[in-house]
Design a protein around this ligand. Structure first.
Ligand code: GRG
Length: 621
């Protein structure tokens, strides 16, 4: 509520000067808090009460009490929530393990993590992928810090809360570090800690824009400007709220002799206010306007003249939280997220080198970045997710597989192989660069895929990494991808249908099958489940290649991003040539059915894989 400007409310001439209440601007709810609260209200409206909320949706008891009255049930842990119930995760963000547990309990999860916290999570993951040790400036034990720590493996982040903490870190000064900051941290204190980080380490990567959120910075700046003018500062907010407590600290270090945190009008300690002539009032980003109004009313009732201070106008707003539970999010949305994360991961790994020539790296980037459907990455991540693996391991392995896939496309396009001059909607690599560069960039991508799988970011257990590496070697070598390509280039005269299908299976199916194998290894899935998933992947691979043959006949160059009609002109023996177009279509449908049958035992958890299988046989690109 706007209370009028400083100039509108003035003391009457001749009166004893009245005690002043300076109302800070901006104050109170931020866009992230409004979004999270609205999500709980919307969830009750859309899904019906009760909806379960893990932990405080935001750190304010009166907000929690009001939402409880509407039908929200607040719990400390997911284990207290009945299976399958609508579950809301708080605005502070959660560790990946919480999302995994929610999936395993088949909860209908809505995630209200503030987008500015999600941005910090993404950067932390980027730095982890880039091999930097992360220094997280924040308060140990705060839910936001617990959530951020849980984006990467234990040990990848050190939490620091002071310059002394930085100096005491048991780390060598020559390691590459990056820092991130709790979004509700004190701006001034963070600056001092960053200075200590820069003093201690030579190679420091900083966030591009401040991690401290706009609302925290603005509220701190506003109270800092008023603190020295005030005899007392009142901060409306909850004791649990980090940004509320920071406002008290900022007021004190900025020159105000006393400051108190109050939940509402009833909890003001009037004795502490004493004879203060000027009181400044602000409110945390999680404090509701009703509590601030009540404090204003109480103080004006005591004779304080209200002066609303000018301040920054905030116009941030975030897209509302989707009411579609995470696991029911359309595959297309998940695909976009996987595509984005693969892109970020590879972009980091293939950062252009300082040394010259950068041509090899440029060619690798040309081949692997911003291209393709990312079908293999999606398959890897979805199987891994279904089996409860960590997302960060899955996305790392998925990125490695996309490197290998890009290599096979680059070499396949060479004049000595398929001789294609167009790929993923642009000139093939040897056309954009030259043949030697294409061979070498392919080789380097192949090497990179193995390097990535042997890296602990694929899995912390060395034995699992060794199995990933040897499984890929088997899939692409003399009995796999290379053999399939050889059979395609040099078909035997009198090859049978089985021979031709074997060639298609080896050429394309093996890599898709590796995606599934990699996911089972990362997730530690063995036995019958693994066998069924491997049979699923074999059939999926063949169905995918048959669809490719069909699209070579009926697809459009624009949609495919590559030349079509090549199989026939090259006289290649594909499924379409053997079965005819209709026959190939029937064959791919029957393979899809067999594929889906392998998933029967997994129930609804395998719905994503069913969607992927259906996409593989109906795709237009
Ligand atoms: C890796 C040792 C080793 C040898 C490679 C060159 C070669 C041997 C094999 C070529 C294999 C190949 C390119 C098969 C075709 C597979 C296929 C259907 C590719 C198209 O996949 P999409 O549609 O492509 O998923 P996007 O561009 O969307 O990723």
């Amino acid at each position: 509520m706007l209370r009028g400007t400083e100039h509108e409310i003035s003391e009457e001439a001749g009166d004893e000067p009245r005690r002043k209440l300076l109302l800070a601007n901006p104050r109170g709810f931020c866009a992230g808090v409004e979004r999270a609260i609205a999500a709980v209200e919307d969830a009750i409206a859309v899904h019906g009460a009760p909806v379960y909320v893990r932990r405080h949706i935001v750190h304010n008891q009166s907000v929690v009490d009001r939402l409880s009255g509407l039908g929200a049930v607040f719990v400390a842990e997911l284990s207290e929530i009945p299976e399958g119930a609508v579950t809301i995760l708080s605005a502070h963000g959660v560790a990946q393990s919480v999302l995994r547990d929610a999936r395993q309990r088949q909860l209908k999860t809505l995630d209200t993590t503030c987008p500015l916290v999600s941005r910090v999570h993404a950067h932390v993951l980027d730095h982890y992928h880039a091999g930097r040790h992360i220094l997280l400036i924040g308060h140990q034990g705060h839910p936001e810090i617990i959530g951020t720590l849980g984006q990467v493996p234990r040990g990848a982040i050190s939490v620091v809360c002071s310059a002394e903490d930085v100096r005491a870190l048991p780390l060598a000064a020559n390691i590459a570090v990056a820092y991130a900051v709790q979004t509700t941290f004190s701006v001034q204190e963070a600056a001092a800690i960053v200075a200590a980080i820069r003093e201690r380490f030579g190679d420091v990567s900083a966030p591009k824009a401040s991690d401290i959120c706009y609302a925290t910075s603005n509220r701190q700046e506003a109270i800092q400007a008023l603190a020295a003018k005030a005899d007392h500062v009142l901060v409306v907010g909850d004791r649990l709220s980090s940004n509320a407590r920071r406002l008290v600290e900022v007021a004190l270090v900025s020159g105000c002799p006393d400051a108190q945190l109050v939940d509402d009008a009833a909890t003001i300690d009037l004795d502490r206010l004493g004879a203060a002539r000027t009181v400044a009032l602000t409110a945390a980003a999680s404090a509701p306007a009703s509590a601030i109004d009540a404090v204003v009313d109480r103080l004006t009732g005591l004779g304080f003249a209200l002066h609303e201070m000018p301040g920054k106008v905030e116009n941030a707003s975030f897209k509302p939280v989707s009411m579609t539970p995470l696991d029911e999010t359309p595959l297309a949305v998940r695909t976009d997220a996987v595509r984005r994360d693969v892109e970020r991961c590879l972009d980091r790994i293939l950062a252009l080198p300082d040394r010259t020539p950068a041509r090899l790296c440029e060619a690798m980037r040309y081949a692997v970045l911003d291209g393709g459907k990312r079908m293999r990455a999606l398959l890897t991540v979805m199987v891994a997710e279904m089996l409860g693996a960590e997302y960060r391991h899955a996305i790392w392995a998925a990125s490695a597989i996309e490197c290998l896939h890009a290599q096979s496309l680059v070499h396949d396009d060479l004049p000595c192989m398929d001789d294609d001059d167009y790929r993923r909607g642009k000139p093939s690599l040897h056309r954009a660069f030259d043949e030697a560069t294409a061979v070498l960039a392919g080789d380097a991508l192949l090497a990179l895929s193995f390097e990535m799988l042997s890296d602990e970011r694929a899995h912390p257990d060395g034995a699992v990494r060794a199995r990933l590496v040897s499984a890929l070697a088997r899939k692409i070598g003399k009995d796999g991808l290379a053999l399939g390509q050889m059979m395609d280039l040099y078909p035997e005269t009198g090859a049978t249908v089985a021979d031709i299908e074997q060639c298609e299976q080896l050429k394309t199916g093996t890599l898709l099958s590796f995606c599934v194998e990699a996911a089972t290894l990362i997730a530690g899935c063995e036995g019958e489940d693994r066998d069924r998933l491997m049979r699923f992947s074999d059939k999926l691979g063949l169905a995918f290649q048959i669809r490719d043959d069909i699209l070579d006949r009926i697809g459009s160059e624009a949609a495919m991003g590559k030349r079509v009609g090549k199989d026939r002109s090259a006289g290649r023996r594909t499924a379409v040539e053997i079965f005819g177009l209709d026959g190939a279509q029937r064959r791919s449908l029957s393979l899809a059915e067999e594929c889906l049958a392998e998933l029967d035992g997994f129930g609804t958890q395998a719905d994503r894989l069913r969607e992927i299988a259906n996409f593989a046989i109906a795709r237009l690109h």
